[in-house]
Every structure is written in structure tokens, then in C-alpha cells.
Design a protein. Structure first.
Length: 497
């Protein structure tokens, strides 16, 4: 019975979405979304607690044993990702209560939001490569409609770019899955890993790995497939941008880490140099794009790209410390980036724009907002003792340990340039003289609900920086599991290797 807990982070948002479609009152949908978010978060927290003790929980749907049936698998990595995505889901839902206008709410914003969280959690928990594709499509459909919801011209333009490149990604993923099935005759991830470990011929394996690298690289906004992200993430309402920024690219990163540590682990050396090069180029192009922009959400969108480079750097280094730092980096970045978009949205509502040339004086007028921005912004830049410093420190230390000095140097330079971009926002929006007045006091009062999620995320960032030893210890255990795929295979297939 305990294994049934694995499905709850998927089932709860699904039921919530269906009920929101039935009860069309926006008040009912608000209540259902908040209740569902709390329920999914509690289920995910309990799941992580049990997996921390048991290492793996496997649910064989319909009673069919693997590899013949569909399985859901919770290990430490997937459980961490499900918990952090559920937390972000409930916090952004709270922000949505004030951020999303009534017209969009009546156009099924809340059901779509819950379907999106369901798809994200499903992608993290699936143990089947074809169902990973299915969950990707659930996310794509929900995210596309959320991106276009409202029908504004810039939204439709961003949504078209987003869906076009992601459909290409999905086609490549499906082609890779088909080649893999033709090679090994199974779609179960554990069974694929077991059979590929015995394959003497690596040609088809490497071609499939290449297709997966491109497909997941598109979804993760990896160089050179990142261009769709800064073209689309600044167009929808802030709540939509924030949940996209926090979670969607991390699903692509998760898929890359899962595939290259599980079923392409034996041939990882072939891809290692390529991944390191792509990580470096992703960091550089992302941070240069951010440095060139002068709008808050556009700057933050490019920084999503550059930070993905750090995560792929950890995968490419492929040591226990590097993977542990990567897991910690993902947790840190989901919190920090979601929060920065939420705070950017508050600034836009107060000033009516995110253009830095038209902003200023926020530190004097709203010092608490300045503090809320300072914490995630300078954590992203890697200032100690905030969480971003420890995440970057772990990755750079891991690169130095295996004498990959050039990637450590690039990571350091990109970190300095990230700090420059965050300082640019700080100086222009908060420090310089105010060029135009804030909105009236009544409007400011109506925005108070928007501060609550930002305050909670800022507190999480401080906690990870000052008291994050236990979280990093959990990340180290996660890295040990990832580097020992036999544990995953044994748990799913119920065999002993």
C-alpha cells in the first residue's frame, strides 16, 4: 500500500484540474487549486521522507510487473524534484490569485495550471521512456495554452516560437525512443539500462543518445537550442513566466541527467567532452544575452539559459561531488529564478513597466521589496553565504579535483557577469533616482498578497545558504544513487545484479 503514495503527486493535481473544469466558478477554482497544491506538496514531502529511508518506491500500475507494465519510480532524485515542483506550484498559485485577471481565470487558467504541474510531476516519476514522452506532451499542451491565454499579439508570437521548436524536440525524442525500442525491445528505463549494459555494439546506442541529447537539450534550453526561451518567457502574465522559469527547463535537465546516468552510463565517456563544450557555450551565450538586455524579464530569461549551463557542467564532470552540486544547484535555481520573476512582476505592476530605463527609486519607496530582490538576485550571482555560492563552489571544486581547469574558469567568469546583470537591475530599478511615480497607495495595498510567495522563497534561499548542510547531504546521497544505476534496476525489475 505504501507504494501507492508514488502516484499521489500526479493524481492530486489531475483530480484538482478535473474538478476545476466541473466547477466553473473562479472562487471554487481558487479554493480547489490551493487545496490541491497543499495536498500535492504534503504527498510529495511524505514520499521524499519514505524514499529517504527505503531508497526506492516502485508502483506497478495495474499489477503488471516490469518491464511489461507501466511503472512509476520514486528515487531520491525524482522525489526531490517532485517536492520542489509541488512547493513552487502552491506558491505560484497564491501569486496567481492577484496576478491573473478574471478574464484569463474564466478561460480555464487554474485547470491548465494543474495539468501543467501534473505533467511535470509525471515526467519526474515515470519509469517508462514512452510515458516520459507522454508527460512531455501533457506539459507542452498545457504550457502552450497558458502561454497564449489572453490572445495578446506578443503572447501569440512567443507561443508560436515555443510550440514550434518543442514539437521538433518531441519528434526527435520519439524517433530516439523508436530506435532504442528496435535495438533492445523494451521501453522500461530499468530494462533498457540492463540490456544496453550488455550491448557490444555502440553505434545505435550513440545515435540514440545523440537524438535524446538534442531533444532534451531543446527542452532544457541548451546551446544552440535556447533561442525559443528568451523569445517567449517574457510574454505571458508573471505567474505563468515564473512557473515556466522555475520548472520547465529543469524537466529537460532531469531527463538528460536520468538518461546519461542510467541507460547511457556505460558509454558516457563518448559524450563527456561534448557535454562540457555545450555547458560552456550555454553559460557564455546566456550571460552575454542577459548583459545586452534592458528589461527585467528579458534579462532573467537569458539567465535561465546561462544557469542551465552550470547544471549540464555538473552532469558532464560526472563525479559524485559534481552531481551532488548539480542536484543542489537545481533546487537553488528553481527557488531563486521563480522568485526573481515574481518580484519582477511586482515591479511591473507598481511601475507599469519592466524597462530599466523607466524605473528607479524603489529602494527608497519600498525598502522591503529591495531586500526581497537582493536575496535571490545576489544568490544567483553567487554571493556568500547565499545558496548560489555553495552551488557554484561545489561545481568549481569538482572541476578542479579532476583538473578540468578551463570549465572552472568559464564558470567563474560567467558568475561575475551574472553578478553584473543583477547589479544592473539593482542600480537601475532600485538605487537610481525615481523617473516616474509609483502607482497610487490603493494599488500598492492590493498587491500585498503578491509579497507572501516572494517572502517564503527568500526565506528558503537564506535557509539553503546558512543551514543547507542537510540538503547538500541529501544531494550527495542522490549523486551516489545516480552513479550506481544497478540500485535503480534492481528496485524496478526486482532482481539482484
Amino acid at each position: 500500500m505504501m507504494n501507492n503514495l508514488v502516484i499521489l503527486p500526479i493524481f492530486v493535481p489531475f483530480i484538482c484540474a478535473v474538478l476545476c473544469l466541473i466547477f466553473r466558478s473562479t472562487n471554487a477554482q481558487r479554493f480547489l487549486s490551493l487545496s490541491g497544491g497543499v495536498g500535492a506538496t504534503l504527498a510529495a514531502g511524505l514520499l521524499l521522507q519514505i524514499v529517504h529511508q527505503e531508497n526506492h518506491l516502485v508502483l506497478h500500475l495495474g499489477g503488471w510487473s516490469a518491464p511489461f507494465g507501466i511503472v512509476l519510480v520514486a528515487d531520491l532524485f525524482s522525489s526531490i524534484m517532485v517536492l520542489i515542483s509541488s512547493i513552487m506550484g502552491i506558491l505560484v498559485t497564491v501569486y496567481s490569485l492577484r496576478d491573473i485577471d478574471e478574464r484569463r481565470k474564466k478561460l480555464y487558467y487554474f485547470p491548465l495550471f494543474n495539468f501543467l504541474i501534473m505533467g511535470v510531476n509525471g515526467a519526474f516519476l515515470t519509469g517508462d521512456i514512452f510515458n516520459l514522452y507522454v508527460w512531455f506532451e501533457v506539459m507542452l499542451i498545457a504550457s502552450f495554452v497558458l502561454l497564449a491565454l489572453g490572445g495578446e499579439r506578443r503572447q501569440l508570437e512567443g507561443a508560436f516560437k515555443y510550440v514550434a521548436i518543442n514539437l521538433v524536440s518531441s519528434a526527435l525524442f520519439l524517433a530516439g525512443a523508436g530506435l532504442l525500442y528496435a535495438k533492445v525491445g523494451t521501453l522500461n528505463m530499468a530494462d533498457i539500462a540492463l540490456k544496453l549494459s550488455d550491448q557490444p555494439d555502440s553505434i545505435l546506442i550513440n545515435s540514440t543518445a545523440t537524438l535524446f541529447l538534442i531533444a532534451f537539450g531543446v527542452k532544457a534550453a541548451l546551446f544552440p537550442f535556447f533561442f525559443w526561451l528568451p523569445a517567449s518567457y517574457h510574454t505571458p502574465p508573471t505567474a505563468v513566466s515564473a512557473i515556466f522559469a522555475g520548472l520547465l527547463t529543469k524537466v529537460g535537465v532531469y531527463a538528460l541527467i536520468r538518461s546519461f546516468t542510467l541507460f547511457f552510463n556505460e558509454n558516457f565517456a563518448v559524450a563527456q567532452d561534448l557535454l562540457l563544450g555545450l555547458a560552456a557555450l550555454t553559460m557564455i551565450t546566456g550571460v552575454l544575452g542577459a548583459a545586452a538586455k534592458y528589461d527585467i524579464r528579458k534579462i532573467l530569461s537569458f539567465h535561465i539559459v546561462s544557469q542551465i549551463g552550470y547544471m549540464i557542467m555538473g552532469l558532464a564532470l560526472h563525479t559524485s561531488l559534481a552531481l551532488a552540486a548539480t542536484v543542489f544547484y537545481i533546487i537553488h535555481h528553481i527557488i531563486v529564478k521563480t522568485n526573481l520573476f515574481l518580484i519582477g512582476g511586482i515591479v511591473e505592476k507598481l511601475k507599469g513597466t519592466g524597462d530599466l530605463s523607466k524605473l528607479g527609486g524603489l529602494y527608497k519607496a519600498l525598502p522591503w521589496l529591495a531586500v526581497l530582490f537582493f536575496i535571490p538576485a545576489f544568490s544567483l550571482g553567487g554571493i556568500p553565504p547565499l545558496s548560489g555560492f555553495w552551488a557554484k563552489f561545489g561545481l568549481i571544486k569538482a572541476s578542479l579535483e579532476i583538473e578540468t581547469y578551463w570549465i572552472a574558469g568559464i564558470a567563474l567568469v560567467v558568475g561575475i557577469m551574472t553578478l553584473f546583470s543583477m547589479t544592473k537591475i539593482w542600480v537601475e530599478a532600485f538605487w537610481k533616482k525615481e523617473p516616474q511615480a509609483l502607482l497610487n497607495h490603493k494599488t500598492q495595498k492590493n498587491l500585498k498578497l503578491l509579497y507572501a510567495p516572494a517572502i517564503i522563497m527568500a526565506a528558503m534561499t537564506i535557509y539553503l545558504g546558512l543551514f543547507g548542510q542537510s540538503v547538500f547531504g541529501l544531494a550527495e546521497r542522490t549523486a551516489e544513487q545516480l552513479l550506481n544505476p544497478s540500485l535503480y534496476i534492481e528496485a524496478v525489475l526486482e532482481i539482484e545484479l
